[in-house]
Ligand binder design. Sequence first.
Ligand code: AMP
Length: 589
Amino acid sequence: MAGEKEIKEIYENGMKILEELTSNAHEIQEQMLEEILIRNAGTEYLSRFFVNGQNHKQNFETNVPIVTYEDIKPYIDRIANGETSSILFADPITQFIQSTGTSEGKPKLIPMTSESFEKRMVKPLLVDLVMKKCISGLDQGKSFYLFFVKPEMETPSGLMASLYTTSYFKTQIFKNGLAKFCTSPIDTILCLDNKQSMYCQLLTGLLLRDEVVRMGSSFASVLARSIKFLEDYWKELCSNIRTGYLSDWIADPACRNAMSSIRIRPNPELADLIQQICEDKSWEGIIKELWPEVKCISSIVTGSMSQYIPLLEFYGGGIPLVSPNCGSSEACFGINLKPLSKPFDVSYTILPNMAYFEFLPVNNDGGGKSREFKLRGASATESSESTNETTTVNKPVDLANVKIGLYRYRVGDVLKVTGFYNKSPQFQFVERQNVVLSIDLDKTTEVDLSKAITKAKLVLEPLGIMLTTCSSYADTSLTPGRYVLFWELKMKGSNDLPKLDARIMEECCGIVEESFDFTYKSLRKSGVISALELRVVKHGTFDELMDFYVSKGASISQYKPPCCLKSEEAVKLLNLGMVGTFFSPKTMF
Ligand code: AMP
């Protein structure tokens, strides 16, 4: 894989390839498992589980436990420290992918062989193909994608560790393939200074506005951030367009060079037009106005990214939002074969040739709280989560045996299997199944919190108030402790702060508490947890939070706003933007 020939092959036969993959999903998974077991039979890790060399598929289920990252971390650390013997894989490890999930506060390192890395590169091509097939006009212009990289890190072994996207943007397959259809010159994408990169990419997107047929980013959070950046910099961008000079603070030589290659010429008419559009108080539909040929906005808007849907719909002014794919640093999961489905209806179809998948069933409301996950295999040590309800033992199922319902990946994501495309399961992204807030016996998950907030914000919508971003933390500095929510609010037609009516805001607090589960309510009733607090912060505060995390090493392109804050500094930062604080009504409990 990786040559021009293969790219051509995918564009010519991609739909046929997809049909074949999904029709033979079960067989492909079987073969994949068999191949993994045979190829890696001699590795230190796998040989432990097949003492008599009986590395058959049949024994896999009983002998090989499902483990967490922490269990294999010692092996990964040895590879990162330079041991070259077959520890986890028979094939040589060529690089590590850094995941946004962390282990002991550091990014997880996922070892890659050249084959496993190359395999993934097919996915963006398939995604592009499906989008072009379903949305007419996408092949008649350029894609204005806002892509970013993060510095790589060298492990003691000399192997590099980087984000998957960073690694991918540096490959020839990207440079010779999709990058050719992007407005951003490759060197502006590869610029390590995110601010200079963002400025140059926006400038190019504006200069080439008539050619842009698709706008996007990997995650919706990045697009939301880019629009905020445009709000802050449109005057300077217009001035660069008017004069034909690039601002001096763009000092990165590769960026300057790349920008000179697109030949910025003085273009006062274009500058006037952009100025006129941006001067409008309301930015409703701004994307459509600035890029009139855009057919879709492509960005992941499912799972925790769904909080950005209202904002992107507002800026998009009716342009369809496409959530194209789903994956993780560990593996690609799937792609959206119906790009035009509404954001909340998006189902991803599993690509069965990307990894060997297993799923853990979860109870109907998506919560893991009431279930114990007793794992199969010789050394299954997973302990039960504390539970008030019946404990049920769940066996993982393979791809061929998933039924419609809710499943959990040990990667941490909850997926709802919604149907099948040929033999391949399709799923909706429910949420990451993490306990995010905990005081005493209460364990509130991301799912619980997001459901509660979705209900509460319904009160604000008729008033024209938008909840743009939110986060939370458990404040245990006082006894009893309480959960605190941070909400960034703005008026629908402008960035103005809404008039905060205490009665309405308190009602929101009440709805959130009302939506939490039995344990929360009983602890609240008995005074072990005190009234929930809602802190409203001004527009732009969450961008400062993103800057804070990026300065600490988070990647801008894979940034997901934390649904719960663990860092005191982050809480302090949000507190600085606070414009109002409200509590649940006393009469609640
Ligand atoms: P990372 O390991 O840093 O690449 O992050 C992977 C995580 O991003 C996944 O485990 C998901 O929680 C989240 N993610 C990836 N794709 C999607 C998607 N399409 N919708 C919602 N969340 C996603």
